[in-house]
Design a protein around this ligand. Structure first.
Ligand code: SF4
Length: 448
């Protein structure tokens, strides 16, 4: 892929121009000729393995064939009918472990079809036209559904329900919609305000109202919502950053990585953000990589990512790990933080070497120290349980049956609040669609 190079790996001070270049689109779109070449490479496989690798089951050979025959609008409709956030997924999906990994052309001698790029080409072309919404709503049913959370799962669920003719009200605690897409992905993956444009596009179907600044447990009660609406969807995500529980965690300069990423995403001017000169990132997922690479691209002289296990166990894909390495991030594996030290502000990170003993991770007792004026902690989040009274929980998540139905009738849940693993937009969209089908089935059963 056409990765945008960072301007400096030396730690020299970066100019505002350099930093702006570092935050440009990581994968600039293909030109017309490149699109034609990629589309012509597809073999249009029967029972295509790329489709089964996509959580939203986009009909990939169909949309590539439509692109090849210059039916770009048709291609976009094929994509968006399966995944209304096909634009974000084309930018941020780890295609290297999903559709493109399974492409039959992905052999040692050849490369997979650039499915993500082709998907982006079609969706961006349709959205750029700014024409009428490509899907029409069914006749209004008189049913109303409350959705908690305007993240990818909530928005996908809302769009599906609106298409079925239901009236949807989304309650969102934050001032903007989009969830992870708006606040939690590296800026160079979502350049040009794409997350907001995509939400505007989704809302273009009509029948969806969003009320901002409304949080479950603080401003809303589940019982009240159940009495006011025909059904409720919980797409609340995971609101609570995990803490390490070690000394010095509250020192100035120690910050949750998602908070750092959010500050970058919401900054009117990224050059005003000081990433520190010696940054240490704790964690091994894509959020850790997003924080580390962005710190480097903002001009940090050194960025070290410390992970308690080996590269094979990292949640970040191999491609993301390579991105960190090529951006000058130093990776330290088999090391776990034991304390942050400083005099009000963090100055050092103390780490202990780790290893496996009978399959269990243990400290070796050998310690070392990294100098640091910033620490970004990216060890995941857990479910904030405010307002979830009456729901059965399982393993720290909301317990659901095979139809995403919770223990309360008419309350369906989806997204990160019901499952573990990487918080991928594509999986959240799949959950939102499944939830919409579950809600529709619930309401039909109520009528029957
Ligand atoms: Fe085309 Fe590859 Fe999918 Fe086959 S597996 S349909 S070649 S993209």
């Amino acid at each position: 892929m056409g990765e945008h190079p960072i301007t400096s790996l030396t730690g020299d001070a970066l100019s505002a121009h350099d930093i702006a270049a570092n935050f440009a689109d990581l994968h600039p779109p293909l030109n017309g000729e490149q699109v034609s070449v990629q589309a012509s490479r597809c073999l249009f496989c029967y029972d295509a393995p790329c489709v089964t690798a996509c959580p939203t089951a986009i009909d990939i050979p169909k949309f590539i064939r439509q692109i090849a025959t210059r039916n770009i609008t048709g291609a976009a409709r094929t994509i968006l009918s399966a995944n209304i956030m096909g634009g974000t997924c084309a930018r941020a999906c780890p295609t290297e472990i999903l559709c493109e990994q399974k492409c039959v052309l992905n052999s040692g001698e050849d490369e997979p079809v650039q499915i993500g790029h082709l998907q982006r080409h079609a969706v961006d072309a349709l959205m750029a036209r700014n024409g009428p919404h490509p899907f029409a709503r069914a006749a209004q049913t008189g049913k109303s559904i409350a959705i908690i959370g305007a993240g990818p799962a909530g928005l996908a669920c809302a769009h599906d329900l609106a298409m079925r003719g239901h009236a949807v009200t989304i309650f969102e605690a934050r001032p903007k919609p989009g969830g992870l897409n708006e606040y939690g992905l590296a800026a160079y993956k979502m350049a040009g305000g794409f997350a907001a444009r995509e939400v505007d596009f989704i809302l273009g179907i009509g029948g969806i109202n969003i009320e901002y600044g409304k949080a479950l447990g603080r401003d809303l009660a589940l019982d009240d919502l159940r009495s006011r609406f025909d059904a409720v969807f919980l797409g609340v995500g995971l609101g609570q950053p995990r803490r390490l529980g070690i000394a010095g965690e509250d020192l100035e300069g120690v910050e949750n990585a998602l908070g750092f990423i959010e500050r970058i995403r919401q900054a009117p001017d990224v050059t005003a953000i000081d990433p520190g000169q010696m940054a240490v990132v704790i964690g091994g997922g894509n959020t850790a990589i997003d924080a580390a690479v962005q710190a480097k691209r903002l001009g940090a002289a050194s960025v070290t990512l410390a992970y308690r296990r080996g590269p094979e166990q990292m949640g970040a894909t191999g491609w993301e790990q390579d991105l960190a390495a090529t951006n000058g991030v130093t990776m330290v594996h088999w090391a776990s933080p034991v304390a942050f030290a400083g005099d009000g502000k963090v100055h050092e990170v103390h780490l202990e070497r780790t290893h496996l003993v009978d399959g269990a991770l243990k400290g070796t007792g050998a310690q070392f120290t990294l100098p640091a004026d910033r620490v970004y902690v990216a060890i995941g989040q857990h479910l904030a349980d405010e307002g979830l009274d009456g729901l059965t929980m399982a393993h720290g998540k909301i317990a659901v049956d095979e139809n995403n139905q919770t223990s309360l009738p008419g309350v369906i849940a989806g997204g990160d609040c019901i499952r573990s693993g990487e918080d991928l937009t594509v999986q959240a969209v799949a959950d939102g669609k499944a939830a919409a089908a579950g809600i529709a089935a619930f309401m039909e059963a109520q009528n029957g």
